[in-house]
Design a binder for this molecule. Structure first.
Ligand SMILES: [Zn+2]
Ligand SMILES: [Zn+2]
Length: 88
């Protein structure tokens, strides 16, 4: 694999950020700092939605979406997901 830079961030560095962000998110869920709605915010399906990160630098800012929407979104983002980070 060759050296890839996304938004000035090296891929390894980005992966580390993702891992850290998910950890903070998990802990916040356990500590009930995050309120999970009872439906998907995108399609309205009644379910236990998952938190989708639009910016891993803001681990507590998530979009609550169902598994189907989440899968679809990540399939759509693919490698471009690396580019969805907002500028600091
Ligand atoms: Zn996601
Ligand atoms: Zn949905």
């Amino acid at each position: 694999m060759h050296f890839v830079v996304h938004c000035g961030m090296e891929l390894l560095e980005y992966r580390r950020l993702v891992t850290k962000s998910r950890l903070i998110y998990d802990l916040a869920l356990i500590a009930k700092q995050l309120t999970r709605p009872d439906h998907c915010l995108w399609c309205g399906l009644k379910c236990k939605p998952e938190g989708h990160h639009t910016d891993y630098r803001r681990p507590l800012r998530v979009e609550w979406i169902c598994i189907a929407c989440h899968k679809k979104e990540h399939a759509r983002l693919g490698r471009l997901h690396y580019l969805t980070l907002d500028p600091v």
